[in-house]
Design a protein around this ligand. Structure first.
Ligand code: ZN
Length: 244
């Protein structure tokens, strides 16, 4: 089975379209939340992911606030500005659809589960080994895919929960041997924060047990122009160019 893994699209239609064009053939898309917030195309992004032939969705923190399920208490100033704009821009149908998205973690098959932040709390960030170890205690599959930080990362642990280290490079060879455990973030489609402005996504093949961490250039200027035209904070456009 080949999975396309996309997370943190953040209403960036240009980035999403570039990723879908680059993804090639796959059997099922896994969408790890934060479809909206920050960018200027929340409705078009939802329409696009709904048109995917086979997809599994979970919600992110911006989705639940944008849909009115939670208030903006946990949001910084910029995120608050953007989600207020988003809530006003969403059609009633799209708002209802977002509100009904399931909370992670969701088990996909015997190998994979997905969550937005961490498997025990969708709002918690996994940045380092300690965060990942906490997450591992509740993860129920050998490979847990997550998002939320907008930073690609791959953690590898042994059966005792000891870290084997961060995996480097763009390809993760998975040992599904009953002992190895993995927590992998394939990065953000629509607002990367690792200094690389290209859209990030993942391609997982559970037959060959390989996970490729992909980057794809897209029309950043077009996405920026829409953010400015929408009256969203300028910095949300500027950060796309630097991947921060
Ligand atoms: Zn996000």
């Amino acid at each position: 089975m080949r999975y396309l893994i996309i997370s943190d699209i953040h209403a960036n239609l240009e980035a999403l379209d570039a990723v879908l064009a680059a993804a090639g053939t796959y059997d099922r898309a896994l969408v790890l939340g934060d479809l909206v917030g920050y960018g200027a195309d929340p409705n078009a992004v939802i329409d696009r992911v709904l048109s995917l032939p086979s997809a599994t969705f979970i919600r992110g923190n911006h989705d639940k606030v944008g849909a009115g399920l939670e208030d903006t208490d946990g949001f910084n100033y910029l995120a608050r500005q953007a989600i207020a704009w988003t809530a006003g821009a969403l059609t009633p149908e799209h708002r209802s659809w977002l509100a009904a998205l399931p909370r992670g973690p969701v088990a996909i098959d015997e190998i994979v589960e997905i969550c937005h932040g961490a498997p025990f709390d969708e709002d918690v960030y996994i940045f380092d080994d300690l965060d990942a170890m906490r997450a591992l205690r509740v993860s129920e599959r050998p490979l847990c895919l997550f998002g939320h930080t907008h930073v690609p990362a791959a953690f590898h642990f042994d059966s005792e929960g000891r870290t084997v280290g961060m995996l480097r490079g763009t390809r993760v060879d998975l040992a599904i041997d009953g002992r190895s455990r993995y927590l992998v973030n394939c990065g953000a489609v629509g607002q990367p924060r690792d200094g690389d402005p290209r859209a990030a996504f993942g391609l997982l093949d559970t037959d060959t047990l390989t996970l490729a961490l992909m980057r794809q250039p897209y029309d950043i200027a077009a996405a920026q122009a829409k953010i400015i035209a929408a009256g969203l904070p300028d910095v949300l456009a500027q950060r796309l160019a630097v991947g921060r």
